[in-house]
Design a protein around this ligand. Structure first.
Ligand code: UTP
Length: 406
């Protein structure tokens, strides 16, 4: 894209300020800026004007595969899951493109050392779980790792330096997630540098599009992968490619599965798996009307009791069907560094929006979903914050409780 074209495009989009410093830039910087402008989809800004839905639709609870049921059928499920794994029909996807701002760690979150008397990196813990499933099934299934532009190089280097934590290097496929521009509250895109737009990862919901866009999805076709187990980087207790979960989902006839835990209280900040207008969906805690979140059933428990823990199983065929469909954007209010009057400022308070697609929104697009209840203290130890709720402290305590030497 040349300067004149960029100028006219930005005028139409109401973003002419992005060229304010063009005259000060050298040739290389000008090219970077013009490239950023070219790859930006300005229509994402229209989401600011869209009124937040006042009603989420008609809610009803889901029937879950309860932990009691799972215990009673464990052998059957495990056998079925192992068959699917052994047949090479499952791959895993680690979503590691987030910025982990709440943890306040300046490297990719997976590089965080949660050990006390020894090094124990989050990536290392996750890879132990991957290796465990590979060992049980006798198959080194492909592991796709989604990174963000800002943490991609560090993540790859870390895996290399650590010998891929004992997993075959040629079974690990990195891909970088897409970005969206960040803007002020009045919809003006920020400049991160005089020659760079402020671009941030577009949320964890864009993972399949990014996987396909990167070309890494060729592995799926080549190897006949039918299911993808998608999980986040935060949960240091999670079971990856858990045969019991895979078996239960396959036998249920559902097109996706979600590991869930019983919420500790109505206010717990987790997305809830339920039905919206009869279709399985996940409602984020901030979108759930309080009266519904707090509603109790005849057994005295919450009606909407199942919180998701970012561990899903998706049918690849169904994921392919989502490609043309647009996931909604969620507006996240964040403190966004930017250039102001020629100087880079680092705000401490939110000053604008980032646009994110969420993996939770994929559930309603991928058919029926099995809610698979797991024991919270055995499988859910999220590392979101440094201290307090869902923190390094709480995760360490849970790892300890599960016999992991720290
Ligand atoms: P979070 O919602 O906790 O976001 O991500 P975050 O960016 O990591 O952390 P905060 O909110 O800034 O503290 C949940 C999971 O989704 C991944 C994260 O890496 C984590 O595994 N994620 C999030 C992405 O892969 N890409 C994104 O754009 C956002």
């Amino acid at each position: 894209m040349d300067y004149e074209r960029a100028k006219s495009l930005l005028r139409q989009a109401g973003q002419s300020h992005l060229l304010d410093y063009y005259g000060e830039l050298d040739e290389k910087q000008r090219n970077i800026l013009l490239k950023d402008i070219e790859k930006t989809d300005f229509t994402v800004l229209e989401n600011i004007g869209l009124k937040r839905a006042t009603s989420v639709g008609e809610l009803s609870p889901v029937q879950a595969e309860t932990s009691e049921n799972i215990s009673a059928n464990r052998e059957k499920y495990e056998k079925a899951g192992l068959e699917v794994l052994k047949a090479g029909k499952v791959g895993a996807v680690l979503l590691a493109g987030g910025q982990g701002t709440r943890l306040g760690f300046d490297k990719p979150k997976g590089m965080y050392d949660i050990g006390v008397t020894r090094h124990l990196y989050i990536f290392q813990l996750l890879m132990e779980s991957v290796k465990n499933a590979a060992c049980l099934s006798g198959v080194n299934f492909p592991l796709f790792i989604m990174t963000g532009e800002k943490n991609d190089a560090q993540t790859r280097t870390f895996f290399k330096e650590n010998g891929f934590f004992g997993y075959p290097e040629d079974r690990v496929y990195f891909f970088v997630q897409d970005t969206e521009p960040a803007c002020s509250y009045d919809g003006k895109i920020f400049l991160d540098e005089k020659y760079r737009l402020s671009l941030s990862p577009n949320g964890n919901g864009g993972w399949y599009e990014s996987l396909v866009g990167s070309g890494a999805s060729a592995v799926l076709e080549r190897e006949g992968i039918e299911w993808l187990n998608v999980f986040g980087v935060d949960n240091v207790l999670q079971r990856i490619c858990d045969p019991v979960f895979i078996g239960a989902t396959c036998l249920s006839g559902c097109e996706s599965g979600a590991k869930v835990v019983k919420k500790t209280c109505a206010e717990e900040k987790v997305g809830v798996l339920c039905k919206v207008d009869g279709k399985p969906s996940i409602i984020e805690y901030y979108d759930m009307p309080h009266k519904d979140a707090a509603l109790c059933g005849a057994d005295g428990g919450l009606v909407y009791r199942y919180g998701v823990i970012l561990n899903y199983l998706f049918k690849v065929e169904k994921l392919n069907g989502t490609l043309g469909k647009k996931l909604p954007y969620h507006l996240a209010e964040k403190a966004i560094p930017h250039i102001e009057n020629g100087v880079r400022v680092l705000p401490t308070q939110p000053n604008g929006y980032k646009f994110e697609k969420l993996v939770v929104d994929m559930i309603s697009l991928t058919g029926d979903c099995l809610a698979f209840e797991v024991e919270r203290n055995r499988e859910f130890a999220p590392v979101k914050n440094k201290t307090g709720v869902d923190s390094v402290e709480t995760a360490r305590a849970l790892l300890n409780e599960n016999g992991v030497q720290l």
